[in-house]
Design a protein around this ligand. Structure first.
Ligand code: TRP
Length: 328
């Protein structure tokens, strides 16, 4: 079974990314033939600094390795190193409905946020994502809940291609984690923890020093009640219960039992303590790996070569079916 996912090259990954996505990538190595791609081309669709983008790709690569992606057991590469992605993106445009792209939530949100240019790249973003996935005949795409619509579009594109040109592309399905799919912002617990929209104080980064984690958890917004239980009117406490359950690998109900009658302050202390212990080994490995840029580049280069072997074959098929290029 082929598993594929794309990872945004942001400078810092937070606890929500780690629990919601990164853990799933690691687990994917045991379940199938896993391919992971750091999507630097997607990152160019909004304003960015070229030198920063280079650094972010390496930051993200080091983070994935620190989380225990193993380059011997999966393919890890940089999107722009495998040119088949951009070619397939263009070819898939012919079977993508303009109206569908116009309806994408992420496009609508991101374009509303742009101050200057709303790039066409932002509009075509989901087609490039479809190309990423379809170039590897992917069965399963582990993603966060926010990517559901993009994966559905990918399926539509593959189906339309197959109808129009004959059975060529594999129609993938998504895989969204049930537990911990929604880690919320500590300051605004009705919002997901996120790199873009969130307050710095509400976001725990994997590389945060211990003192920062303590401070953030202690100042997490809670309600005026006093009980450590999950309830719709207690989004802050509910979130902390979920977080603790995930880092312990236990059940939120057990946490409620254990902290029955406890004070918020003591409960928060326990959460901070266990989040720190959970992230510490990742952070240590990260610091070590990030220092060796030559090694990171070598891993990406190796990965790209393996990825290209798969993608170029798919592209040959697609070109032949579409009547593009010299006859095969
Ligand atoms: N759009 C995804 C995100 O924002 C990143 C991504 C790019 C991706 N290409 C992909 C995810 C292919 C899964 C499969 O997280």
């Amino acid at each position: 079974m082929r598993i594929f996912s794309g990872i945004q090259p942001t400078g810092r990954k937070h606890l929500g990314n780690y629990i919601g996505a990164i853990r799933q990538y690691v687990e994917g190595q045991d379940r199938g033939d896993a391919v992971y791609c750091v999507v630097d081309l997607h990152a160019t669709t909004v304003p960015y600094e070229p030198a920063e983008l280079r650094r972010y790709v390496l930051d993200t690569t080091a983070m994935m390795l620190a989380a225990e992606l193993d380059p011997d057991r999966c393919i890890l590469f940089r999107q722009s190193d495998v040119r088949e992605h951009t070619e397939l993106c263009w070819l898939l445009c012919s079977v993508t409905a303009h109206g569908d792209l116009n309806r994408m939530h992420q496009f609508r949100e991101k374009s509303a946020r742009q101050r200057e240019l709303i790039s066409a790249g932002l509009f075509f973003y989901p087609v490039l994502q479809a190309a990423d996935i379809l170039a590897y005949r992917t069965d399963e795409v582990p993603v966060g809940d926010d990517q559901r619509q993009h994966i559905e579009l990918t399926r539509d594109i593959a189906e339309r291609f197959n109808e129009r040109f004959g059975d060529t592309l594999k129609v993938p399905r998504h895989r969204i984690p049930e537990v911990g799919a929604r880690i919320m912002d500590l300051q605004s617990p009705e919002q997901k923890m996120s790199t873009t929209a969130a307050s710095e104080q509400g976001t725990i980064y994997v590389t945060d020093p211990e003192a920062a984690v303590v401070k953030k958890v202690k100042s997490a917004v809670t309600d005026s009640g006093a009980e450590v239980v999950r309830a719709p009117d207690k989004p802050g406490i509910s979130n902390l219960i979920e977080v603790l359950a995930v880092v312990r690998g236990s059940d939120p109900g057990e946490i409620e039992d254990e902290f029955h009658g406890a004070r918020y302050g003591d409960f928060k202390q326990a959460v901070a303590h266990e989040v720190i212990a959970y992230l510490a080994p990742v952070r240590e490995r990260y610091d070590e790996l990030r220092g060796d840029e030559d090694r990171l580049e070598a891993i990406l280069r190796d990965g790209a070569e393996k990825a290209r072997n798969i993608a170029s074959e798919v592209l040959e098929d697609v070109r032949a079916r579409m009547g593009v290029g010299s006859s095969p």
